[in-house]
Design a protein around this ligand. Structure first.
Ligand code: FCB
Length: 466
């Protein structure tokens, strides 16, 4: 058992998001979000639930803060609900909404926990959706005004900002596959949405820097390394296409100021760009999107394995054909593949050179329930985390400027289209009583933080395909 020690200033955190934990959707002057609307659509959420109560964090945030103190986490990544700050999406600012985050931030600082705020974790105001949402440029303009309102109020104390969380999910799951809010199924709308998300990011960066002097600004992307299922040229081509639409579609504009030409060509061939161009991209947009960042946030859960005949033309979903057996998958069906985190971090560093990287999300859904003494013996989650932390450690040894790790997630919560059926928390939530119970993985994470080290005895088996 060798302890793998992390750099002295490595930051240990947990991550959550507003709609998934806050509840109190009708309180404090909050406006309707696209997730309130989407969750009320019959059949949209697996268990017919919604985020109206969730973890009741809006009322119980002090209790959640004390959970974080028990784990001795050093940083907390949370998101701000646009609908609390600007209930109509633009215009009047709702002071009560800002007060909530103000108290939370003060509470965190008092506890010695560094707040990392994300401005958009998917809960767009419904009023903006009624005007076209992310497929319209006006939403990017509204986002900047929202960023400004938040920055002016919290910018003196929040020093770490992310504009968006996982724009791929908003664009593709929300506008192309229709499985996330706003439930649209139109590939061209999805492309427009991806551009306006990126544009709003680029526009908000200087605004946050102005209103939060000295702050560090970044974005959290869900990146999935794609591996060909075989060395055949066709499978390698499938992996290239996957990578272009999933990873490089976001990384290239942000770090290079251009969309990846091969991925644009793939879209043209798929019939999504009839004249081969993207008329919604205006001349100065790409320079704005490439605003220099202080850090890149990487959200990592699994890899994709690509096979040519299983990759239909117009579908950009990460349809992985991984043959991992059930015991090497989480409850999401996602393959447990820690090496992918290492490969991904090293690759992003080599090709894009972000000045600093955080793993802004990483975690696993396992439905381990409380046993005798209310103990939650979630060894699978602990093994998952250990494997991924060891992979992160190897990435640091290979020169990646990885500065921290935010575990997804503090507490079982509303997992989007899966409702409450998938438990990602290191804290068990009893929804009936709102009682919280630390799982074994939480205690383990606490010890990792205290030691600033992970031991490498994990029995995890890394599967590699040919
Ligand atoms: C990510 C989301 C987060 C959570 C995890 C499991 O894609 O950012 O809100 O749903 O997946």
């Amino acid at each position: 058992m060798t302890p793998r020690v992390f750099p002295r200033d490595f930051l240990w955190g947990v991550a959550t998001s507003a709609y998934q934990i806050e509840g109190a959707t009708g309180e404090g002057g909050r406006g309707e979000s696209i997730w309130d609307r989407f969750a009320s659509t019959p059949g949209a959420i697996a268990d017919g639930s919604d985020g109206s109560v969730a973890c009741d964090h809006y009322h119980r945030w002090r209790e959640d803060l004390s959970l974080m103190r028990q784990l001795r986490v050093q940083a907390y990544r949370f998101s701000i609900a646009w609908t609390r700050v600007m209930p109509e999406g633009r215009g009047a600012v709702n002071a009560t909404g800002l007060d909530f985050y103000d108290s939370l931030v003060d509470g965190l600082l008092e506890a010695g926990i560094r707040p990392f705020a994300t401005l958009n974790h998917w809960d767009l105001p419904q009023r903006l959706q009624d005007q076209g949402g992310w497929s319209e440029r006006g939403t990017a303009e509204a986002f900047v005004a929202y960023a400004e309102a938040v920055g002016m109020r919290l910018g003196d104390r929040v020093r770490d900002w992310a504009t968006h969380n996982e724009p791929w999910c908003v664009a593709t799951l929300g506008h192309e596959q229709g499985v996330h809010a706003p439930g649209r199924r139109d590939p061209v709308e999805a492309l427009r949405a991806s551009h306006h998300l990126l544009l709003s990011h680029g526009w908000a960066v200087p605004v946050l820097r102005r209103d939060s002097p000295g702050a560090r600004v970044g974005i959290a992307l869900n990146l999935v390394p794609g591996y060909p299922a075989s060395p055949s040229e066709a499978d390698r081509e499938a992996a290239r296409r996957f990578d272009g639409s999933f990873n490089r579609w976001y990384l290239d504009p942000i770090f290079r100021g251009s969309y990846p030409p091969d991925a644009v060509e793939d879209r043209r061939q798929a019939g999504n760009l009839p004249r081969g161009e993207m008329p919604w991209v205006e001349e100065p947009d790409l320079a704005a999107i490439a605003a220099p960042l202080d850090f890149l946030g990487v959200n990592y859960y699994s890899r994709a394995v690509l096979r040519s005949e299983r990759m239909p033309e117009a579908d950009n979903a990460p349809r992985s054909v991984s043959e991992a057996p059930p015991e090497e998958r989480t409850d999401m069906g996602w393959e447990v593949y820690p090496d992918g985190l290492h490969d991904l971090l090293v690759r992003v560093q080599r090709e894009y050179r972000p000045p600093k990287v955080y793993v802004t999300e990483c975690g696993a859904a396992y439905d381990t329930r409380p046993g005798p003494g209310r103990r939650v013996a979630d060894g699978s989650r602990r093994d998952f985390l250990r494997g991924h932390l060891l992979a992160a450690h190897r990435a640091i040894a290979d020169g990646v400027p990885l500065s921290g790790f935010f575990l997804w997630t503090l507490i079982d919560n509303f997992e989007w289209q899966h409702g409450y059926t998938k438990r990602f928390g290191v804290v068990w939530l009893d929804r009936a009583t709102q009682e919280r119970t630390l799982k074994d993985s939480a205690l383990w994470y606490r010890d990792v933080i205290a030691a600033n080290a992970v031991d490498d005895s994990a029995p995890h088996v890394a599967r590699r395909l040919a």
